[in-house]
Design a protein around this ligand. Structure first.
Ligand SMILES: Cc1cc2nc3c(=O)[nH]c(=O)nc-3n(C[C@H](O)[C@H](O)[C@H](O)COP(=O)(O)O)c2cc1C
Length: 172
């Protein structure tokens, strides 16, 4: 197994992709990794839309305020929280915190699994939820939390700096 610390540090947000398609078996492994993320009360109230259709990819990129790299990827994952399930179980805390956390945990698993498969990805958070729901006919109960373009990297950007341990950790 790859060293998990190397995997975490070497993963980069990739915004330039080769046109090569991604095997369904690889996509399934990556999505399975997402499903194994923790969730509040193990509710797993999440839904993932896998977009390969070129017209729909274009619509997703448009909903992401024309971020070109989104459309360039051969596959796009739209990760959603099930707002109705979270509201029924946990009320306001479910919709404003747990639902977002549950999907975010899944997305991080997805990014790391993709990288370990030699795939590039990028967490895209700048989008119109309503436009995405309309373009992909996503029911209102599934609120998009993250858009993740996936594909084989055409280029890997240099590592952006991170804050130091001392700047970010308080030891009491
Ligand atoms: C919540 C969230 C929203 C983001 N939104 C976007 C986005 O809309 N477009 C984009 O190109 N990158 C987006 N990013 C990616 C960040 O810019 C990137 O993770 C950061 O610059 C660090 O680079 P790295 O992922 O290569 O370590 C987002 C990341 C997160 C976690």
């Amino acid at each position: 197994m790859e060293n998990i610390y190397d995997l975490i540090k070497q993963r980069r947000s990739v915004r330039n992709f080769k046109p090569d398609s991604v095997d369904d078996a690889v996509l399934k492994r990556i999505l399975e990794a997402a499903l194994w993320a923790p969730s509040a009360g193990n509710t797993q109230a999440r839904m993932f839309y896998l977009v390969k259709n070129p017209e729909l990819k274009k619509a997703v990129a448009s909903a992401c305020f024309d971020q070109d790299h989104v459309e360039l990827a051969p596959v796009i994952v739209v990760a959603c929280t099930d707002v109705e399930a979270m509201r029924a179980l946990y009320g306001k805390r479910g919709t404003t915190l747990y639902g977002i956390c549950d999907v975010s945990a899944a997305v991080e698993n997805l990014l790391l699994a993709a990288w370990s498969e030699g795939l590039g990805s990028c967490w895209v958070g700048n989008f119109s939820e309503q436009e995405l729901q309309k373009a992909l006919k996503i029911p209102k109960r599934f609120l998009p939390v993250a858009v993740v373009p996936l594909g084989y990297p055409a280029e890997i950007p240099p590592s952006p700096a991170r804050k130091s341990f001392d700047e970010s950790v308080v030891i009491l």
